[in-house]
Design a protein around this ligand. Structure first.
Ligand SMILES: *Cc1c(COP(=O)(O)O)cnc(C)c1O
Length: 382
């Protein structure tokens, strides 16, 4: 069988999110295929170096996914059974599963309804004697500043492990890149994230010890590189480990994508601002603010009345709306850790994610907003 050489139709408003290729990916993947080195390789290490330079940090440890990054970062921070990790319920279930994978338990925290992010106050209120880590989720790409409680967390030896899956390329209020905060920061390079490797992720370590630990953790607890192992009759397993390498094939995609990240930034900001301006004419809706001047927006989320009906109406006319996210504390697997989270529960029935990806045109944005206006006013989006 041969693959038809026809390009797929350009995705539009029917997709909520989709990757965007710049055209250089295939050549770099072909080079890796020809090299015969598909696991962690010098291509992976080049990508790590490029990401570290982009963020202006000493080191980056690339792993196989954002979930792997969160799990390995928690383990590197010493989180394990008997511990509690604070996490917003309003996140992808991966954040919670990463906590459970360490043997620790999640303690769900509420969010600010305007940003969908947790706040220093909400975190402080939720701390317990068993809290050993806090996992802020940078919803939509917005940086979260826990500086007001940094000393408190430090005194209590509570680590900050940022779920920055949405926030690659964003900056905080001090102009520092997300990832350069001095905490453990975890990125996802999954298919629809701001920067994609196809699948992949990375942890920014706090110090060289974290970096060593993470490199051992991602490689089944082995300390030597593949090259060193190949030159010896034995190898050493020194501790806990997982199979979390970033494949060279995926790293090649990341390298190609990173070279065009300025374009990704500009397109995502322009699209988000276009949505913001177009939505200003709709009195019944509120846009979740991502701090677009400092962020690389990942999502465009609005709060609408009668969300389920509006969602169904938009879908019926072919607009790829979504919901980020159904709260985790109401999931069957996590309900034993449920707490009262008024803002999260209130928002759960209002949030609607509009199509947001780099193939989208300004015309697509206007069509989406027009359909939303009709769904809100007449109950008919056509
Ligand atoms: C995508 C995502 C993850 C998980 O990343 P993967 O690369 O898919 O494993 C974790 N948290 C959030 C908020 C995400 O959006």
């Amino acid at each position: 069988m041969t693959l038809a050489p026809t390009a797929p139709a350009r995705p539009g408003v029917e997709r909520n999110a989709t990757p965007y290729l710049y055209g250089t990916e295939l050549g770099l993947i072909a080079e890796v295929l020809a090299s015969g080195q598909y696991g962690h390789s010098d291509v992976t290490e080049t990508f790590e170096r490029q990401v570290a330079d982009f963020l202006g940090v000493q080191e980056v440890v690339a792993v196989s996914s954002g979930t792997a990054a969160l799990h390995a970062a928690l383990v590197a921070a010493g989180v394990g059974s008997g511990d509690e990790v604070l996490v917003p319920s309003m996140t992808f279930c991966a954040s919670v599963q990463a906590i459970l994978a360490t043997g620790a338990e999640p303690r769900f925290v509420d969010i600010d309804p305007h940003t969908m992010c947790t706040t220093p106050d909400l975190v402080q209120e939720a701390l317990t004697d068993r809290t050993t880590a806090v996992m802020p989720v940078l919803f939509g790409g917005r940086a979260i500043d826990l500086a007001p409680i940094a000393d408190l967390l430090d005194q209590r030896k509570i680590a900050i492990v940022e779920d920055a899956a949405h926030a690659f390329g964003s900056h905080d209020r001090n102009g520092r890149p997300v990832g350069a905060s001095g905490h453990l920061t975890c990125f996802s390079f999954g298919p629809i994230k701001n920067l994609t490797c196809g699948q992949g992720g990375a942890v920014v370590p706090r110090n060289p010890e974290d970096a060593d630990r993470l490199r051992t953790l991602r490689l089944l607890g082995m300390v030597e590189s593949a090259a060193t192992r190949a030159a010896s009759t034995t190898y050493q397993v020194t501790g806990t480990g997982f199979r979390y390498p970033l494949s060279a094939l995926n790293a090649a995609i990341g390298t190609a994508q990173l070279a065009h990240f300025e374009e990704a930034t500009a397109v995502r900001r322009t699209l988000w601002r276009t949505y913001r301006d177009a939505l200003a004419g709709l009195p019944d809706i509120e846009l979740v603010d991502v701090d677009v001047d400092r962020s690389v927006p990942h999502l465009c989320v609005v709060k609408v009345p009668d969300r389920d009906r509006v969602w169904a109406e938009m879908r019926r006319v072919g607009i790829g709306v979504g919901v980020h996210y159904p709260p985790n504390h109401l999931q069957p697997a996590f309900e034993r850790w449920a707490r009262l989270l008024p803002a999260t529960e209130h928002l759960a029935g209002q949030i609607l994610t509009l199509p947001f990806h780099q193939h989208l045109t300004e015309d697509g944005v206007h069509r989406t907003v027009a359909a939303l206006r009709r769904a809100l006013t007449t109950g008919d989006a056509r």
